[in-house]
Design a protein around this ligand. Structure first.
Ligand code: SAM
Ligand code: SF4
Length: 331
């Protein structure tokens, strides 16, 4: 294992990106993400604002440049705006972003922008209230739509939308969702549903990126791949023929991008994960409590990255679902 230089794994991948979950709590219960009844971490199990800063700073010293805050629902964290403010002071972070379900954005979009958040991704799977309830097991579509408008007014460098499409639930909304994004000139990214929720994964219910592309092309004509895309980005981005708005396809299942993965994840209770689907995690608590002990945060980062596997095995019989579901890992 290298003791200097960037965060390299045994497959030659250099790691630049960290997703930081600030809470496992959520105000929705999306069926593909979490169970209806969940036991959440208690307040003293969560990394504190200071500990989040410590972990991120250690990672940035090792070459991480992209930080995304997530959850659970990150806007439920009371000191989120302060956490964003802390991270803007870390020299070396080039990209600071957040993923949210948008429910609380009307209140928090402007404070987050003023604190220094650069980019925002908002999840929007449907434009119908009954489908929203079916997917999220809660009401709230109007609040999400209001949150999106607030985000667009706040002045972020970029605001994107994420959608998960399931057969028989919201596949009829591929075109309306794309039209909604095009009207606002923002990028909508369709994520293939992955086996990381509480219920057994139904591969047959997944709508593939290719199927989504076909549906969009039947409506708007050929999509063209955007030139010069970041090879480490999970989405393949496309432009519409008329140049209005962009579409991203995140095809984790049908076109895995593990070979280019540069990403790590930090759970809200201080576990470092080298893959969304990893079965092992590195507990950072000791390193945080005894910073001069044998296992410093930087050693933990290096060990975790060095132990990373070649890729998830969703498409093989060897695949094992991790114990944690998406909401408690950080999406
Ligand atoms: N609560 C925030 C939200 O919904 O945007 C942030 C956390 S959420 C886990 C992050 C993203 O993960 C969301 O866009 C959500 O749609 C996506 N996601 C959750 N479970 C998924 C699954 N099983 N397959 C694909 N995407 C999933
Ligand atoms: Fe909550 Fe986001 Fe998971 Fe939906 S996808 S349950 S909003 S964490």
């Amino acid at each position: 294992m290298p003791s200097t230089g960037p965060l390299l794994d045994t497959f030659g991948r250099i790691h630049r990106s960290l997703r930081v979950s600030v809470t496992d709590r959520c105000n929705l219960r999306c069926t593909y993400c979490m169970p209806e009844e969940a036991t959440f971490l208690s307040g003293n199990q969560l990394l504190s604002r200071k500990q989040i800063l410590q972990v991120v700073s250690a990672g940035v010293e090792l070459g991480l440049t992209k930080i995304r805050l997530t959850g659970g629902e990150p806007l439920l964290r009371k000191d989120l705006v302060e956490i964003v403010g802390d991270l803007t002071q870390v020299e070396g972070i080039e990209d600071l972003s957040l993923t949210t379900n948008g429910i609380l954005l009307t209140e928090f979009a402007k404070p987050l922008f003023l604190a220094g958040l650069q980019r925002l991704t908002i999840s929007l799977d449907t434009l119908k209230e009954d489908t929203f309830h079916r997917l999220a097991r809660r009401d709230g579509l109007a609040r999400v739509l209001g949150g999106i408008e607030a985000a667009l007014e706040a002045g972020f460098r970029e605001t994107k939308l994420n959608a998960v499409i399931l057969k028989g639930v919201n596949e009829d909304e591929i075109v309306p969702l794309a039209a909604y994004a095009r009207e606002r000139n923002i990028t909508l990214r369709f994520i293939e549903s992955m086996p990381i929720g509480a219920d057994p994964w139904d591969r047959g219910a997944m709508v593939s990126g290719k199927e989504i592309q076909n549906t969009l092309e039947a409506n708007w004509g050929p999509l063209t791949a955007v030139l010069g895309q970041n090879p480490h980005a999970p989405a393949l981005d496309f432009q519409f023929a008329d140049g209005r708005g962009k579409i991203g396809l995140i095809m984790s299942v049908t076109r895995p991008f593990c070979g280019q993965c540069d990403r790590l994840r930090l759970t809200a209770d201080g576990k470092l994960r080298n893959c969304l689907f990893s079965l092992e995690e590195t507990d950072l608590r000791n390193a945080l409590e005894t910073p001069n002990g044998p296992e410093s945060l930087q050693v933990c980062f290096r060990k975790s990255v060095w132990g990373k596997w070649e890729g998830h095995e969703i498409n093989t019989s060897r695949f094992l679902k991790p114990d944690r579901t998406m909401h408690s890992i950080g999406g």
